[in-house]
Design a protein around this ligand. Structure first.
Ligand code: HEM
Length: 156
């Protein structure tokens, strides 16, 4: 007979992975959304940057907090915070908090102002935009590395 033994650990792992999807799913769509708005609707650039800020504050940061709390429970329950794949991902998550709060949100606020002022055509807008794209790309790369570490668990 098939028995279903669902543990609290399974529930927390599901919450952890769901929070990863919620936190980072939308961010992986940004390159396509941004390119489309730049090409087809440049007058909406300021609104686009404001939307990035709202999503970073109300969706990405709270969901990253859930990733952290659920991850801590999982690590302490069955693993150890000293395991390299866990401590490395913990460090990556803190870098992601820092990048979001200290670099990406301020950059999008600045870009929204610049886009409102001169429609996104100024040299300053282009410079800020390249910087935001660079750090946004770095954040995406870090998420990919984090997922690999979580799945492969090197050292176990
Ligand atoms: C960007 C941050 C993170 C991402 C993208 C992420 C992603 C994932 C994914 C996809 C899994 C499922 C892996 C599998 O079942 O093979 C997982 C599991 C897990 N994560 Fe994370 N995670 C992150 C942060 C953290 C943090 C900060 C901790 C601990 C402090 C943590 C602890 C764990 C543990 C212990 C598991 C369970 C592994 C298992 O039982 O197989 N995660 N994570």
């Amino acid at each position: 007979m098939l028995t279903l033994a669902i543990t609290f650990y399974d529930v927390v792992l599901t919450v952890h992975i769901l929070a990863v999807v919620v936190a980072f799913g939308v961010v992986f769509a940004y390159p396509v959304i941004d390119a489309q708005v730049r090409r087809a609707s440049p007058g909406d650039l300021a609104a686009l940057h404001r939307l990035h800020v709202v999503l970073a504050r109300r969706l990405v940061t709270p969901a990253m907090t859930v990733v952290l709390l659920a991850g801590l429970y999982l690590a302490i329950d069955r693993w150890s915070l000293g395991d390299p794949w866990i401590s490395a991902t913990l460090a990556i998550l803190f870098v992601l908090f820092g990048l979001t709060g200290a670099v990406l949100i301020p950059a999008d606020m600045r870009l929204a102002e610049l886009a409102e002022r001169d429609g996104g055509n100024s040299e300053e807008y282009q410079r800020e935009s390249r910087k935001a794209d660079l750090f946004g790309g770095l954040a995406l790369l870090l998420v990919v590395v984090a997922i690999f570490l979580m799945v492969a668990k090197p050292g176990v």
